[in-house]
Design a protein around this ligand. Structure first.
Ligand code: 173
Length: 323
């Protein structure tokens, strides 16, 4: 009799304990990508997700939903904000409809490891939490300057008469160079080039082969400017719902992802060689013109940031800029 009561109590304890444990044990996060599934960014994310899921059994899993076919790129930021998805691979330029500050991340001149040390990462998260209802998790692309790719030769940094495909990244800078600008997601660039709707486009140094744009590209203008920012972001309530164990596990994997960013320097060298082999000519300016071109990009970029969000631009600038 006595034994049986003890037995029942133990069983009950076990059952409730197990149920609570199981509920807290494993969660699955739904992730979408604003970038194409066959592009370099998702190519690099996929093995990370595989490792994440293999090592995170019973703790945390990621379910990759898809890329632009699953969700239009410029809607991904709002989907994270509202919790339609838990996580996204995205760039700030694609979610200025959530907050204009998203696009300021292209202006960072210090590595993300340094941003974590100098307070930039926390400053970003304060804004991302308050204005975007999201957590800025990790930056997986660094050292990827943007370039102007064109089909019309220019002799100086002047895009007068040229129609150039943009996103918010390039708008103010290209307009300051007298370009006519047309905003499109990456998925529309090839057709726009093919139909002559645009004479060129902005894109980082790497990745133009992923969607076959090299077939429609004659020139790349050097030097590059800014630094392409591609990061993981997460719905804030979903982030806060994680148990300490889940959050620790996530953090460990995020830092491992950022530790792989040394990849991008070699990728740049490879892509430059590949472009040359594909017959894409480089348009180069003299040293003084090159310097003023890059200086102007940052000057115009920060002026635009300060106009859109003076207080936050003021907070970010000293933390983002090279000393
Ligand atoms: O689409 C773009 O040109 C763009 O804004 C971007 C941003 C980061 C990486 C690649 C492209």
């Amino acid at each position: 009799m006595k034994l049986s009561i003890v037995h029942k109590a133990a069983a009950l304890l076990l059952a409730t304990g197990f149920a609570a444990g199981a509920a807290a044990q494993e969660a699955t996060l739904r992730l979408v990508s604003a970038f194409a599934e066959n592009g370099i960014y998702v190519q690099r994310l996929q093995p990370w997700i595989q490792k994440f899921n293999a090592e995170g059994k019973g703790v945390l899993q990621i379910n990759f939903i898809g890329g632009p076919k699953a969700m239009p790129p410029f809607e991904v930021g709002n989907a994270v904000k509202t919790g339609v998805v838990d996580m996204a691979l995205n760039t700030g330029a694609f979610y200025t409809n959530v907050m204009p500050e998203a696009d300021f991340l292209k202006l960072t001149q210090v590595p993300v490891a340094e941003q974590r040390r100098n307070g930039a990462f926390d400053a970003i998260n304060k804004v991302w939490n308050e204005k975007g209802n999201m957590q800025y998790l990790a930056r997986m692309v660094e050292n990827q300057p943007f370039h102007i790719y064109t089909n019309k030769k220019v002799e100086k940094p002047d895009l007068a008469g040229l129609k150039i495909r943009i996103t918010p990244v390039y708008r103010d800078f290209f307009q300051s160079l007298n370009a006519n600008v047309i905003t499109t997601p990456p998925g529309e660039v090839y057709t726009a080039l093919e139909r002559g709707v645009v004479d060129g486009y902005g894109w980082p140094i790497g990745g133009i082969f992923d969607l076959n744009w090299h077939e429609k590209t004659k020139f790349r203008i050097d030097p590059g400017f800014y630094d392409a920012e591609v990061s993981l972001i997460m719905n804030l309530p979903a982030y806060r719902k994680l148990t300490p164990a889940q959050r620790d596990y996530l953090q460990k994997q995020l830092l491992a992802l950022e530790a792989q960013n040394t990849f991008w320097a070699q990728y740049t060298a490879d892509e430059v060689a590949r472009q040359q082999k594909a017959g894409i000519e480089t348009i180069k300016f003299d040293a003084a013109t090159s310097k003023s071109f890059v200086d102007k990009a940052y000057q115009v970029g920060w002026a635009s940031a300060e106009k859109q969000s003076p207080e936050i631009a003021g907070r970010f600038k000293p933390l983002f800029s090279r000393k």
